[in-house]
Design a protein around this ligand. Structure first.
Ligand code: PMP
Length: 307
């Protein structure tokens, strides 16, 4: 569930959401030439402020995406960072928040144009889904995950998401919540919008970054949180049958946070309910993102105090 905001930000200007428009002939529309970020903000009752989680890492990934997709702009990261904070303040968000940052090919140009690049920022109030406790049902997709030789899976390029879209639409038709996508070699990559992790004999096992997955910021956070909690972590190829035989599994992403996996291909993972380690990692993760745990890394950026 999410509620639309009153204002969006278009190239640094705060405008009513209904005026945040792109031309039909822009490169973003004609060729899906754009990169984006999805990130969250959390309201802290204790600190009476809104905190954006790992804002600088999301901005860096956005700019890395521009570089890989060969989009050129004079706008720098610090400028976009300021726009992000302004957009949240304009909407006066004081609750769980999801944000999209979009950098897209504007103008009326050709497929090979490098610019101009536009920036759009939107926010939405959001709620945690019931599957946070009950888990999601995954089905292994017959659509193969795009590989580094085709399109860069490590970039949040909008065009990549048509690969995932085909998979999630098919998965829903087949009675699943989401698709688990395999690499060309047949190892598990990720779902259409989240990273995959499993627990076996107390160890956290997850596909490697070179398994055609997005360098998920949530995955990175969870691996650090797990290591700090004394859980050993393995980043390696993960087989499909191995995943079905996991003691526990979960998917993760900025938007989804951590959702237990109840089943894969209609076969229960563990006993099909949220696992003990998964629930523990959810608690630890929320302590970090909601800024209850120590935050030595500066992961939580204040919105109003920083005004
Ligand atoms: N994989 C894909 C394909 C995604 O789109 C996302 C983000 N929705 C993730 C993984 C999770 O990435 P992050 O933790 O950085 O949000």
């Amino acid at each position: 569930m999410s509620a639309l905001p009153r204002f969006a930000c278009m190239n640094g200007e705060i405008v009513p959401l209904e005026d945040a428009k792109l031309h039909i002939l822009s490169g973003a529309v004609k060729y899906a030439t754009s990169v984006f970020e999805g990130m969250r903000g959390y309201w802290s009752e204790e600190r009476q402020d809104m905190y954006l989680f790992r804002l600088d890492d999301h901005l860096q990934r956005l700019f890395d995406g521009l570089k890989i997709m060969r989009l050129e702009t004079d706008i720098d990261l610090a400028t976009v960072r300021g726009w992000v904070l302004e957009t949240v303040r304009a909407n006066q968000h004081r609750g769980a928040l999801h944000m999209r940052l979009l950098a897209h090919l504007e103008g009326r140009g050709a497929q090979g144009d490098l610019g101009p690049v536009g920036f759009a920022i939107t926010t939405s109030a959001t709620e945690r889904p019931a599957s946070f406790e009950t888990g999601v049902k995954l089905g292994v997709s017959t659509w193969v995950k795009i590989t580094e030789r085709m399109m860069p899976p490590s970039v949040k390029s909008v065009a990549n998401y048509n690969n995932g879209r085909l998979a999630i639409v098919q998965a829903r038709m087949d009675g699943y919540d989401n698709a688990l996508m395999l690499t060309e070699q047949g190892y598990i990559a990720e779902t259409t919008g989240s990273s995959f992790c499993m627990i076996k004999h107390g160890k956290l096992i997850t596909p490697m970054l070179t398994d055609d997955i997005l360098g998920s910021i949530t995955r990175d956070t969870i691996l650090r949180v797990a290591r700090a909690a004394g859980i050993s972590v393995e980043e390696r190829h993960v087989g499909r049958s191995e995943a079905m035989l996991a003691d526990e599994a979960f998917v993760c992403g900025s938007g989804q946070e951590i959702l237990p996996v109840a089943s894969i291909d209609k076969t229960s993972v563990g006993d099909g309910t949220r696992g003990v380690i998964t629930a523990d990692l959810q608690r630890r993760y929320l302590d970090v993102v909601e800024y209850r745990a120590d935050n030595p890394t500066g992961w939580c950026t204040p919105v109003y105090r920083g005004a």
